[in-house]
Ligand binder design. Structure first.
Ligand SMILES: [Mg+2]
Length: 387
């Protein structure tokens, strides 16, 4: 089987969508075509559309010229081929994120070719016993819901995030992350406390402050006040290019620190575990370099005693890739989920409806070969924003 073409289409709710309000910002849908009719599907989150087109669309694109014509064999070989081709260019940033998107589509084709769901080809279900929530002894991938609000740093933020979390809890979701972004220390503490009080003791609760602090003492003050609310992790207290701030805070709080949602390639995440004492890394499967690189990050995180809880503020197309990784990984008790139920986005809802279903707060291992999700052309045509 040979790769004969790669097509990139840009879809989204609109060109100027505010992703912090739950809309789908311009998103590259990537399809790899083969001479045997099998098509691999993927997406690339937060790669500017013009870059995605220049790097991946068709045989004249930077990576398309390298991938088209290749025989479809194990995805790791094709990943290495692409990675080796950029060693004299930009080895991080958008180009590696594009390799990540292509790698997911290659895994989709490989799964369809081998008639296996991707998690089986990654190594099979290897989740550990400790990762099974008490309420569910069966093997499943468990999403946690990220909750945002229209307003920040005020009573409205606290009330609306708690209201949304309670709605989702009623739907069966088991994990939540509140987001006191751009907020005072007082409102950050209040949201964590009131969310735990409202949700009860049995659900997972994490807090994301979105790079809010520059000094360790301010972040420490928050951590000390919210430790008693059983916070699963405290996300991105500082800008992520400073190991020392994370390391210093990690020494002084019992709450696990999380970072790496936008880490590109496994090495950034690994360095943060090693030198920043971060215990939860969060690379998106696409941004991090694809399923091939995510599998390696599972091994590295395991060696270093950390968890890998992949982020995903994109759609449930990337979510499907994330589920396969979570089912394979021994260090991924949860993965991030942007629930369409609480956002005003038809596109987000429609892709979620097409994706792997969340039932009673969890996704059971799919049996469909490949990713297990297909995006119909009609949806791409309807939400197309590339003209
Ligand atoms: Mg975040």
């Amino acid at each position: 089987m040979k790769i004969i073409d790669i097509k990139v289409d840009i879809i989204g709710d609109s060109v100027d969508t505010d992703p912090d309000k739950g809309g789908v910002e311009p998103l590259a849908i990537v399809r790899i075509y083969t001479n045997e009719g099998i098509v691999g599907l993927s997406e690339s989150f937060r790669v500017p559309p013009g870059v995605a087109l220049a790097v991946m669309n068709g045989k004249d694109s930077f990576l398309g010229s390298r991938l088209i014509g290749q025989t479809l064999s194990h995805p790791e070989r094709l990943w290495q081929l692409l990675y080796d081709s950029i060693l004299h260019y930009n080895r991080r940033g958008w180009i590696t994120m594009c390799i990540g998107a292509l790698d997911i589509a290659v895994w989709d084709i490989y799964g369809k070719m081998m008639q296996q769901p991707i998690y089986e080809l990654l190594g099979g279900i290897q989740r550990s016993f400790f990762q099974h929530p008490a309420s569910s002894p069966t093997v499943e991938a468990v999403p946690y819901c990220t909750i945002v609000s229209e307003k920040w740093d005020c009573e409205d933020m606290i009330c609306s995030q708690i209201e949304r979390a309670l709605l989702l809890k009623d739907l069966g979701y088991r994990g939540f992350k509140v987001e006191p972004m751009m907020s005072s220390i007082e409102n950050t503490i209040a949201l964590a406390r009131r969310a735990r009080e409202a949700l009860g003791p049995d659900v997972m609760l994490a807090v994301d402050v979105g790079y809010r602090f520059n000094d360790v003492n301010s972040a420490l003050k928050v951590c000390r006040e919210i430790e008693e609310y059983d916070i699963y992790f405290f996300e991105t207290p500082f800008p992520v290019d400073s190991f020392e701030t994370y390391k210093s805070l990690a020494k002084r709080t019992d709450i696990p620190l999380a970072m790496g949602e936008h880490s590109v390639g496994r090495s950034e995440a690994v360095q943060m575990i090693k030198y920043g004492d971060v215990s939860v890394v969060q690379s998106y499967i696409s941004t991090g370099g694809g399923l091939t690189e995510a599998k390696r990050l599972v091994a590295s995180a395991t060696d270093l005693g950390a968890m890998y809880i992949p982020g995903n503020w994109s759609t449930q197309l990337l979510g499907a890739a994330t589920v396969h990784l979570a089912l394979f990984s021994t260090v991924t008790p949860y993965y991030e989920f942007a629930p369409a139920e609480i956002f005003d986005s038809d596109l987000r809802q429609e892709i979620q409806n097409l994706g792997l279903p969340v039932v009673n707060g969890a996704v059971h291992p799919p049996t469909t070969p490949g990713l297990g999700i297909e995006i119909p052309q009609s949806l791409i045509d309807r939400f197309r924003i590339d003209g």
